[in-house]
Design a protein around this ligand. Structure first.
Ligand code: MLT
Ligand code: MN
Ligand code: ZN
Length: 301
């Protein structure tokens, strides 16, 4: 199974359009941007699945040769799986509207409900190629398939993780709008655990991550009050449903105990000091055996 981190940043990316923080200034000066959170994976290297569809999907597909069209019109992207209904994980669907046929989009029921009503992407896209919504039942393995129903060689189990509803739907039913995914190569049995947003390292996370070959985990914030410290009037990390990486009870101390062969942080916010190479927070993360994800990182599981 091949896995590519298409985008390693949280909503907004790095640099974020309206942010003049040290990390965003540095990214502009070096021309080294991080795009928003998304992963591509494939069992055969030919047919690809996107995990989340970011607002940067166009640039992300253009940046990877394996994701280029093979002929006059077409795409090796056969399906999309959504972990939540946040704008940074779903807006890309609107940017993939030019296809000739509906794109299969797997999502848990709570996320499907978000995309039907408060953030009506599915309805909007009906005027274009459309998407074919497919349900990811809680805790049950589903064989991912293309539009014709041909299996893509990867099974996907979604487990609800601790998270808060999107800001556009504050009353959404708890537990139904964010999942972690366990994606297993049906031939080799290799497993990718994908949890880009999680408010806790709890039983759900343990279940998804245990014994996986690669764990991609929520690295949004280093500390709870990080956004406020950056001068932004915003909720805390925990209020937003993101477990901080640093400090007592932070993910840097909890993730190494989960039994994943390798753990990489993704969905990293532009305020997070782990972005600073050579900084103490980055050193702490690396000393814990974790890797700070980068756009374009590739793994062969
Ligand atoms: C999140 O992951 O918490 C959201 O994407 C935040 C946002 O972009 O509004
Ligand atoms: Mn996000
Ligand atoms: Zn910034």
């Amino acid at each position: 199974m091949r896995v590519i981190i298409l985008g390693s940043a949280a909503g907004g990316g790095v640099p974020q359009w309206n942010c003049g923080c040290e990390h965003c200034r540095d990214a502009r000066a070096r021309g080294a941007s991080r795009t928003q959170s998304s992963v591509a994976l494939s069992a055969d290297g030919e047919r690809w699945i996107l995990l989340n569809a970011s607002p940067d999907v166009g640039a992300q597909l253009a940046a990877r040769r394996v994701l280029w069209p093979r002929n006059a019109r077409g795409t090796p992207v056969r399906a999309v799986v959504l972990t939540d209904g946040e704008i940074d994980h779903t807006l890309g669907l609107a940017l993939l509207r030019e296809g000739p046929a509906p794109l299969p989009v797997y999502a848990p029921s709570g996320v499907a409900a978000l995309l039907d009503e408060p953030w009506p992407l599915v309805r909007l896209l009906r005027a274009y190629a459309g998407v074919e919504p497919r349900l990811l039942p809680e805790g049950q393995a589903v064989a991912l398939a293309d539009l014709a129903g041909t299996p893509l060689g990867i099974s996907c189990t979604a487990v609800a993780v601790a998270h808060h509803p999107p800001r556009y739907a504050p009353a959404a039913r708890a537990g139904s709008f964010a999942v972690g995914l366990r994606l297993v190569d049906e031939r080799g049995g290799r497993a990718l655990a994908y949890i880009p947003t999680a408010g806790a390292v709890d039983d759900a996370v343990r279940r998804i991550a245990a014994g996986s070959d690669l764990l991609l985990f929520d690295g949004t914030f280093w500390s709870d009050g990080e956004l406020r410290a950056a001068g932004v009037a915003a909720p805390t990390a925990r209020e937003m449903g993101h477990l901080p990486v640093g400090g007592a009870g932070g993910s840097a101390t909890l993730l190494p105990r989960l039994g994943a062969k390798r753990t990489v942080l993704v969905h990293i916010n532009n305020t997070n000091p782990i972005l600073r190479r050579g900084g103490p927070e980055r050193a702490e993360v690396e000393a814990a055996g974790l890797t700070v994800g980068e756009d374009g990182m590739e793994f062969e599981l």
